[in-house]
Design a protein around this ligand. Structure first.
Ligand code: FAD
Length: 266
């Protein structure tokens, strides 16, 4: 068997050209997800398209009141950023609860959205905060509301020639919370993750790790915490897996959604 080719562009332009031309190449950023697939022989690409050399995509910055996260910003950079901790503390918390520091030092913002793994923490928080994902191809850039990026199990709405380049999170006064419920080790993925954000009189509640994509029902986001929580528990058809059965997760959703809402109301 041949060793896979390693394509290592040094600029975004070069990466976008390769993304369009090399349809056989698997994009790799931090490699924490791709590495496992390769080690388990679930993936054997002929080439890797490594984004690691694109230094310009590692930023964590504020621009005109919004938070801008480059696709190659690591989880650790988001978690430890004084800016994020001060103005978007629930987002810093969601990133801080992912796996272990070893994983968070490698895993990237683009990677956790690009892998579309249902049992991830940050995507639900991005949806609750009303984030937009900036994606780009050789033909230009477009913004996708975070809730429209992940469309199913390990599936995104990205076109084949597009890369995630940035995530933009609205700023201004808001109250937000992220609650991660684990059933196994302290470093494990969530059994249920709940993100909630109240802003300008509106509320967004998002439940992660229970279905193919973050579960957000705008029409259920009014009323008392207990009734919203019950409505979410009834609306979601949770997956059953190693982190909990479907019925168990339904009960956890009812409790954790209520707690998240009480947290942001306190
Ligand atoms: C031991 C362990 C525990 C974990 N626990 C948790 C947890 O508790 N919570 C949690 O949320 N996650 C958890 N994870 C998942 C981890 O967060 C993801 O593996 C990581 O975020 C992926 O980021 P990466 O940069 O390493 O992506 P990579 O592995 O490099 O890539 C992931 C996928 O995204 C694609 N991709 C990467 N960058 C881009 C881009 N810019 N544009 C388009 N596509 C792109 C790749 O092609 C690939 O399909 C865990 C992982 C491990 C290994």
């Amino acid at each position: 068997m041949h060793e896979p080719e390693w394509l290592a562009p040094a600029s975004l332009e070069e990466a976008l050209a390769l993304k369009a031309e090399r349809t056989d190449a698997t994009v790799v950023a931090g490699g924490t997800f791709v590495g496992i697939l390769v080690n388990q022989h679930l993936l054997a690409p002929t080439a890797f398209l490594s984004l690691g050399g694109i230094r310009g995509l590692r930023f964590v910055a504020e621009h005109e009141g919004e938070l801008r996260l480059g696709a190659l910003a690591t989880h650790r950079a988001v978690e430890l950023s004084p800016l994020v901790r001060e103005k978007w503390p629930a987002l810093a918390r969601a990133f801080s609860l992912v796996a272990s520091p070893r994983v968070r030092n490698r895993a990237t913002v683009g990677g956790v959205l690009g892998d579309a793994d249902y049992a991830s923490d940050p995507p639900s928080m991005f949806v609750a905060l009303g984030a937009r994902v900036v994606v780009q191809s050789r033909h230009g850039a477009r913004e996708i509301p975070a809730e429209e990026l992940i469309v199913g199990y390990y599936e995104t709405s990205l076109a084949p020639d597009e890369l995630i380049v940035e995530v933009i999170v609205p700023g201004g006064p808001h109250r937000a919370a992220y609650r991660k419920f684990r059933t196994r080790s302290h470093e494990d993925r969530p059994s249920v993750g709940v993100a909630a954000c109240a802003r300008d009189g509106g509320l967004r509640v998002v439940v992660g790790a229970v279905a193919g994509r973050p579960q957000y029902f705008p029409e259920l986001c009014t009323g008392e915490p207990a009734s919203i929580a019950q409505a979410y528990a009834e609306a979601i058809d949770p997956i059953g897996d190693i982190s909990g059965s479907s019925e168990y997760r339904r009960r956890v959703i009812a409790v954790e959604v209520r707690r998240a809402l009480e947290e942001i109301a306190a």
